[in-house]
Each structure stands twice: as C-alpha cells, then as structure tokens.
Write a protein of this length. Structure first.
Length: 186
C-alpha cells in the first residue's frame, strides 16, 4: 500500500497526461449518466465545484443544471480548512485562491441541509465509494455534517483498486461513483 500523498501525486500526473479526446468523450458520457440519476433530476439545489484544469470539467454540468432551473452552490474556503457553499448567479464575482480555483467573493450562503445533492471532487475513487481528495480535508470535514446524497464522477483513469491507499476514520465514502466501467454501483 502507498500513502495518500504518493497516490495523489500519481493520479494527478495521470489526469494531466490524459489525451483531450478521451477526456472529452468520457466527461460527456459521465455527465449524461449523472443526469439519469433520480437524485440529480430530483435535486432543487446542487453543490458542485468550479473545476481546475485537470479535474472533470464542471462548467457544462453547471450550465445544464441552471438551464433546468436548479440552484447551483459552489464552495468558498474558510479558515481552518472549512468551507461554505454560495449560490451561483449571473452576478456572482469570483477571486482565484492559492489552490488555483475560483471562488465566489460574496453571495447567499446555503447550509448543508439546503443542499439536495453533492457532486464531490477528487483525484481517485474506488467503485465501492472510497475517495482520495486533494489533501485539504475540506470535503471530509464538510460532509461529516451533510446527510444528503454524495456522488463522485470518475474518469476511467481515476478508478482505483481497494487498498491502494489507507482509509482514515474521517474519510467519508461516496454514495455513488458514477463511472463508465460498470453499471452504477451501490
Ligand atoms: N475545483 C475544486 N474546488 C475545490 C476543491 C477541489 O477539490 N476542487 N476543494 C476540495 O477540497 C476545496 C479546496 N481544496 C483545497 C485542497 C488543498 C489545498 C492545499 O493543500 N493547499 C495548500 C497550498 C497549495 C498547495 O500545496 O498546492 C495549503 O493550504 O497549504 C487547498 C485547497 C474547495 N474547492
Ligand atoms: N472531519 C475531520 N475533522 C478534522 N480533521 C479532518 C477531518 N477530515 C479530515 N481531516 C484532516 O484533513 C487532512 C487531510 O485529509 P485527507 O488527506 O483525507 O484529505 P482529502 O480527503 O484528500 O481532501 P479533501 O476532502 O479536501 O478533498 C487530514 O490530515 C485530517 O487530519
């Protein structure tokens, strides 16, 4: 078994090397699987990130949701590795964080109980729902107070075997890892 840190590095390198055609095809197929989920089309409020370059591109997903009239909330990081979710509107202003992602500067904050579905980012996932994130612990902290459905989306290159990295007690498993290798699991 490798450390989380070693695995994170390896999977980020794989993501950065993925060729654009494969990536675009897989991203489109994953998005349409997401839209088929009852938890997705039943959700009034969806929590999702503004992706950075090597993550699954969330822009089309956000546009799709907003087009359907769903409310989209995106994270803003806070001190002590906490975060809150802010409603995205046409007038949302953004600033770039040290991590390299855009965050809303201000806006309406919704609490965890107001969010109907969380689409959780990550570097690698097992089909059983284990997740390796970027190492900030932001999502593990936030999701410990969130009771709704938690979905991740995994490109083929992001799918890991069980036991590639150690699981910590604070790791929060995903309810579904949307992927292109098997039918929707769990
Ligand atoms: N697009 C996107 N937005 C997201 C996340 C994500 O995974 N993807 N996050 C998911 O959690 C949160 C931000 N996650 C972060 C994870 C790690 C560090 C971090 O380790 N920062 C280092 C400095 C940067 C570095 O070492 O490269 C630090 O604070 O010391 C910062 C933010 C919220 N927004
Ligand atoms: N619920 C929690 N309460 C307190 N500390 C936590 C909690 N969850 C995670 N942490 C801390 O966060 C650090 C990073 O955890 P880990 O490496 O699992 O992050 P990650 O899941 O990859 O990141 P992220 O959730 O931001 O995507 C750990 O060292 C741990 O101490």
């Amino acid at each position: 078994m490798y450390s989380k840190k070693e695995m994170r590095k390896a999977y980020i390198a794989r993501l950065q090397q993925l060729d654009l055609n494969t990536r675009l095809k897989e991203e489109q197929a994953l998005a349409s699987r997401l839209y088929d989920q009852p938890e997705w089309f039943g959700a009034k409020v969806i929590g999702i990130t503004l992706s950075q370059s090597f993550e699954i591109n969330t822009a089309p997903i956000i546009l799709h949701a907003r087009h359907k009239g769903q409310t989209v909330v995106v994270p803003r990081t806070l001190p002590e590795r906490k975060m809150e979710f802010v409603v995205l509107t046409e007038s949302t202003e953004f600033s770039e964080t040290q991590f390299g992602v855009l965050e809303p500067v201000k806006g309406e904050v919704l609490g965890p109980d107001d969010i109907d579905l969380m689409v959780v980012p990550g570097v690698a996932f097992t089909l059983s729902g284990n997740r390796l994130g970027f190492g900030g612990g932001y999502y593990d902290r936030y999701l410990s107070n969130y009771d709704g459905p938690k979905f991740a989306m995994a490109l083929n290159t992001q799918i890991a075997e069980e036991n590639e990295w150690p699981t910590d007690t604070f790791d929060i498993p995903m309810d579904k890892v949307i992927n292109l290798q098997d039918a929707i699991n769990k």
